[in-house]
Design a protein around this ligand. Structure first.
Ligand code: NAP
Length: 256
């Protein structure tokens, strides 16, 4: 075997793929970026932010990895399934799944209607159930995998005027703990990250006063960045964290 063919064989053996939902911006985009910089192929979807997604796709390709990017509205089961099935068809093996896509809703609970409930739960929770079922089946074929669910601090402690959002994020915590027990013996690690205040478009509707008062409740007296979350996700995807599963890990600057 020549040196060149030996190296390319090693590369194929080492090739890993991340499937991530909603990576056109914010935390998802930063995770995709960090994983690609660390050699992962990336399959990601977006819904509304087409230009951001196209720019991210170009950037990821420049790191020399393979990329699959598609528009998929995760509130629709068929689009969710198409995205995941197409990704599996292209990459064969999904090593890491990050369930990231999510929307928030700031409203008094008594003003929320069934439409609000369906919108929040379809995107924040149902899409995770569908995506995880399909990816788990793929991971079970290889008896290995890492699943990282992006929940929220509000899923742990509850946020006033964000009851439905908080509940959808609590549901992710329950799912994470249960699945970690169900699939631990199959060498699949399943954890959740609960970010506190992270500077992304999701918080664009907050006033400066609200942002500052949140900052003051953190031990570190600073707001979080998407990279703070992405670095933890990368660690949870690595074999160095192989004894960590079923955990709900905060990235919140020490809010308690
Ligand atoms: P963001 O900047 O608003 O990004 C949200 C991402 O989700 C976008 O890429 C968006 O894609 C995607 N998305 C939303 N609805 C979708 C749909 N129907 N179909 C497909 N993709 C969809 O928010 P972020 O702060 O990065 O949030 C990422 C995750 O972190 C969310 O689950 C959020 O709940 C969680 N989180 C955030 C914070 C925070 O302070 N920022 C705190 C705790 C938890 P398009 O723009 O293309 O539609």
């Amino acid at each position: 075997m020549t040196k060149k063919s030996f190296c390319s064989k090693i590369n194929i053996m080492k090739e890993k793929t991340l499937l991530i939902t909603g990576a056109s911006k914010g935390i998802g985009a930063e995770c995709a970026r960090l994983f690609a910089k660390n050699g992962y192929n990336v399959a990601f979807c977006y819904n509304k932010s087409k230009l951001e997604a196209e720019n991210l796709e170009k950037e990821l390709l420049s790191y020399g990895v393979k990329v699959f990017c598609v528009k998929a509205d995760l509130s629709k089961s068929d689009e969710t399934k198409n995205f995941v099935n197409e990704s599996i068809k292209i990459f064969k093996k999904i090593d890491v799944l990050i369930n990231n896509a999510g929307i928030s809703l700031k409203k008094l609970f008594i003003d929320c209607d069934e439409k609000d409930y369906s919108k929040i739960f379809d995107i924040n929770f149902k899409s995770i159930v569908i995506t995880t079922q399909l990816v788990l089946k793929n991971m079970l074929n290889y008896k290995e995998g890492k699943i990282i669910n992006i929940s929220s601090l509000w899923g742990e402690i509850g946020g006033s005027c964000e009851a439905l959002y908080s509940a959808s994020k609590s549901a992710i915590i329950g799912l994470t703990k249960a699945l970690s027990k169900e699939y631990g013996l199959m060498n699949i690690n399943i954890n959740a990250i609960t970010p506190g205040f992270i500077q992304t478009d999701m918080n664009n509707n907050l006033t400066l006063d609200e942002i500052n008062s949140f900052k003051e409740t953190t031990s570190l007296n600073r707001l979080g960045t998407p990279n703070d979350v992405a670095e933890l996700a990368l660690f949870l995807a690595n074999e160095k964290s192989s004894y960590i599963t079923g955990q709900i890990i905060g990235v919140n600057g020490g809010i308690f």
